[in-house]
Design a protein around this ligand. Structure first.
Ligand code: PAN
Ligand code: ZN
Length: 191
């Protein structure tokens, strides 16, 4: 049995920066999201989001945590979003706690059932096991949220890469609209 030392990290509520910097930093660009938006990617080098991880152990009895900084912007009318994933270990749950900005959390089951939750400073969104999840920045400022999840959850990106997500989130003038994703398929497309 390994016993980990307790520690404190400071998370900047505005920028999401973690001090002291600990685990890896993952940056995602539009080129990493080819085919996920309705329109072709306008600029492959555009930074869409950064994820700062805390450095914690990764067994099924540990918790992992990270902050996501999802920058404002659109592709056509569609708001910037994360790639979205199911947990590789499907029943692993997660909490998202929003620190700043305004977003929508899209949740989907593999049978296509879906839900949407609001994200704003102070919201704690519970993502039960089996729900795929994608966050969308619908505001003009970065959407910053702190995620805590069972440490062996892992990531299944392939399911959403091949099927899409049931909903899209778009700007309609000053309004935020949710619409069915015309490119969504509840089963994997034939090769
Ligand atoms: C989050 C996400 C993070 C980035 O920490 O990993 O917001 O989104 P993608 O992983 O979909 O690119 C989480 O849900 N972890 O499990
Ligand atoms: Zn997750």
């Amino acid at each position: 049995m390994t016993i980990t030392n307790p520690f404190t990290a400071h998370v900047d509520l505005g920028s999401g920066q973690i001090d002291p910097p600990a685990g890896p930093l993952v940056s995602r660009y539009l080129r990493d999201m080819e085919g996920m938006y309705q329109l072709p990617i306008p600029n492959p080098d555009r930074l869409v989001y950064d994820v700062h991880y805390l450095d914690t152990p990764t067994s099924s009895s540990d918790l992992s945590a990270c902050t996501t900084i999802l920058y404002p912007g659109r592709v056509g009318d569609e708001f910037h979003m994360t790639k979205g994933h199911f947990h590789a270990v499907r029943d692993r749950a997660e909490f998202y706690f929003t620190l700043s900005g305004e977003g929508r959390l899209l949740l989907a089951l593999e049978d296509g059932g879906h839900e949407t939750l609001d994200m704003r400073p102070g919201t704690a969104n519970y993502i039960p096991g089996h729900w795929g999840h994608r966050s969308v920045n619908v505001g003009d400022d970065p959407l910053v949220f702190f995620a805590v999840f069972i440490a062996d959850a892992g990531y299944d990106y392939a399911t959403i890469e091949s099927r899409g997500f049931p909903l899209i989130v778009q700007a309609d003038g000053d309004h935020v609209t949710l619409a069915p994703n015309p490119r969504y398929s509840p089963v994997d497309p034939l090769p």
